[in-house]
Design a protein around this ligand. Sequence first.
Ligand SMILES: [Zn+2]
Ligand SMILES: [Zn+2]
Length: 389
Amino acid sequence: MSTIKERIGQAVDRLADDLETLSRKIHDHPELAYQEVQAAAWLSDYLAGQGFAVERGVAGVETAFRATIETGAGPTIAILCEYDALPAIGHACGHNVIATSGAGAGAALAAVRDALPAGRIQVIGTPAEEGGGGKVKLIQGGVFQHVDAAMMIHGFDRWILHQDLLGIVRVGFEFTGKAAHASTDPWEGVNALDAVIQTFNNVSMLRQQIRPEARIHGIVTQGGAAPNIIPEAAACCFYVRAPGLDYMWDLHKRVIACAEGAAKATDATLRVIELEAPYEPLKRNDTLLDLFRANMATTGALESPALPDRMGSSDIGNVSQVIPAIQPMVQIAPHGTPIHSRAFEAAAVTPLARQGMCQAAKTMAMTTYDLLADPGLVKKARAEFEAAR
Ligand SMILES: [Zn+2]
Ligand SMILES: [Zn+2]
């Protein structure tokens, strides 16, 4: 007679081929933020097939979904899936593995439904992490209001239980100048592209004086129509990140000042555009992490220390500010593979990715089981969350 956790492990092993097929399908059909129509449908269909009651398009977000299994009055534990891809480089963040490890954890729990303690399991599909703030919209839509704890994993080049996330705010600058022939009448023009270039130069100087853990990086989104026309319109956007929200907003102000200075120097007109909701830092929850760690060890995964210099941002940070939530990093690529790279995109469908997906699915399912089996742990996670406010 196997224990319930052994049965969870066996269920994931049994489902592994289907999960890998699904992971590859999502990987090979990359869809950008809020356009993840196929991925959301495939995952919803899969979970419905495992016995979940699936709501498609929750909180007014068409490509979000919520799949629920209810076994009586008890805690609500959420397992989150992401499935959006990046422009130009596809699934270079490995969200196909996040999606199928979440769906796999749900499926494994559904397979042991007869033995589950009372409560509610929700596999929640959260679109648009790479920009667009899908989880922010779901928070605003009340999706997490009755959730007691949430977990998800993210692919990486090693296993790390808690990796800090930076807060991020995104800002766009549109400069308007005046067109003129660049050779015949250049003195009649106002060069909007020069304002963009000067903004980058100003930010480069600012960057020397900021704290090492903060990040400011941008791209040019519009740079003129032809070299023989003084550009009358040019634009760029910047991401500003810092571990604390106060410092993030301080830097945001200084980056805007860089653009204002550039506008002044070039005589271009500046319009500042706030681009979508900020992402918040990840609030640590050791109650949930300790459970995850113990279950992870049974799958043979080896934990690495956190890497304070390799920090990104995610809207799971926003979730972690409203309920206890964790996002452990799972190895799906060889050590040293940077994320958002072509190498990581290729790694996200290798045997190593399949292994990480299965270990993650088992670990999340077992951790969910632990929380349902002992609601005292849910209370403890909540108390830790409150104390960290
Ligand atoms: Zn990413
Ligand atoms: Zn990602």
